[in-house]
Ligand binder design. Sequence first.
Ligand SMILES: [Zn+2]
Length: 277
Amino acid sequence: MNTPDNQKRIQELMDRLAEDPPQVLLLEGGTVDEREAMALYWAARLNCKHAGSACGQCPVCIQVQDRVLTDLKILDGREAKIKIDEVRELKPLFGQPPRGDGWRVVLFNEAQELTQQAANALLKSLEEPSRGTVFLLLTPQREWLLPTLVSRSWVLTLAWPDEPHISVDTREWQTALMTFWRTGKGWFKRTSTKGAVDKDIAMGLVLACQHEIVRTLTGASNTDMSTGFAKIRPAALKRIDLALAHAQDTLSLPTPVNPALVLDWLATRVYGIIREK
Ligand SMILES: [Zn+2]
């Protein structure tokens, strides 16, 4: 099965873990797409009959890739909060064995989007016996989940995205963005200049900011931006990271988007988050 080249170490760990899968596997690190790719690999690995690794070609593997395998349940926090009703709806399933010969995999994509109630309902489900069911939590950083959920999980940390090469142009944009976040000034004049922003600059800026967040969360704040981020409440920082992920997703769409508009949205969104009470 196709997994990102920089996550092969995780794939090997998963192949070994699959012999005796933990009840809850937590994947952190990497990018949103990489976490999802590795989650699907895990689901395939636990259901594919091929020995040693998921083959990527059998009906089971293909159904996992198409996200239609009956024994794969996905709750996705990328679009909206994961609510308690969605967790409760799954409950009757846990008393039944999986339909196939493998494991039922319940995947929470961007699990930090579980509401408090939903997270508690999930915790409760974990305490009850569930036949042939394993859970999978995806999140950028384990700190964003309830500690009680993390303590029940086997954690795998995906390789972080490589330190991006930051061009002089991008640095200038980064400084302008920080000035706007501090003062509310100077930004829109910059982005509305015709031809000033292209997709590469926009993406470079988003990646640079994401790295600053990683720096902040790993206690390595040594730049202007990461020092600023370090003063922000964790809940707000999480929302900033999600806004960055959203901007990244939008810029990666195959359909053309106006990069200046994406950056304006991001600048305004973060400005608002920083000022929320
Ligand atoms: Zn297969």
